[in-house]
Design a binder for this molecule. Structure first.
Ligand SMILES: [Zn+2]
Ligand SMILES: [Zn+2]
Length: 237
């Protein structure tokens, strides 16, 4: 039953609050434990979703289950995927997930990766990279408008930390500073789009020149071969 205010379209803030709630529930109940839905919805209603009733919050979170499922992300089993998300809403939700660094378009272009990495560097400050992260499973992927890979930002953090501002190909510091460190980009030696894995042994920190060389130069194959020889951590996949 829609009330007047329920009929208004969802704002980006409202959608983002739903995504945040979904991720937060997942983080708190990682093994599909039962939780108090109405308490969660009330919490949302006390903030960004003050204009939404519990039923429409429930519906939106079910939408998110459908989207997460489609993208190959883990879903909350207690929100059954409601598939009839409007395409506009799906696109906006996908953008929000992307902005949170959970997704990145599968085309493995330096510019795209650079973007993601910058975003990552900002998040990195709040994370703890003292311990070496475990290698992750094959990046999950799903299909919507384009294919997406879910990246493990801990791997990127570790790679950048480990490189400490020095390009692992040419041994020169990044060409300029960002957040107090020479700027480097993270490259998947076997591209994710070619089913490369998001693992430390397939990931390298490069200056923008070496990164472009990997993707676009006429000697990109030989150059990539030389990386496998130079950086002992790398393993062919
Ligand atoms: Zn370099
Ligand atoms: Zn790359």
């Amino acid at each position: 039953m829609d009330t007047k205010k329920e009929q208004k379209g969802w704002t980006n803030d409202e959608l983002e609050a739903s995504v945040d709630a979904y991720l937060s529930i997942q983080a708190r109940y990682p093994n599909d434990e039962k939780f108090n839905k109405s308490a969660e919805h009330k919490l949302l209603q006390s903030g960004a979703l003050a204009n939404r009733n519990s039923k429409s919050i429930d519906y939106r979170l079910q939408n998110l289950s459908a989207l997460f499922d489609e993208l190959g992300l883990k879903t909350i089993v207690h929100y059954k995927p409601k598939v009839n998300i409007g395409s506009g809403i799906a696109a906006r939700l996908t953008k929000i997930l992307e902005s949170k660094g959970l997704l990145t378009p599968s085309y493995d272009l330096p510019s795209a990766e650079g973007d993601i990495q910058n975003r990552y560097v900002k998040q990195a400050k709040t994370q703890d990279f003292v311990s070496e992260p475990d290698d992750d499973e094959t990046p999950q992927q799903g299909v919507t408008i384009t294919r997406y890979f879910v990246r493990n930002s801990k791997i990127k953090g570790w790679i950048l930390d480990n490189a400490n501002g020095i390009c692992e190909a040419c041994d020169q510091p990044g060409p300029f500073e960002m957040d107090g460190k020479p700027y480097l980009e993270v490259h998947h030696v076997k591209h994710l789009a070619h089913h490369g894995k998001d693992r430390k042994n397939n990931t390298i920190a490069l200056c923008p020149n070496c990164h472009r060389r990997c993707h676009h130069s006429s000697d990109r194959e030989e150059f990539t071969d030389s990386l496998y020889k130079k950086v002992k951590r790398l393993k062919r996949q």
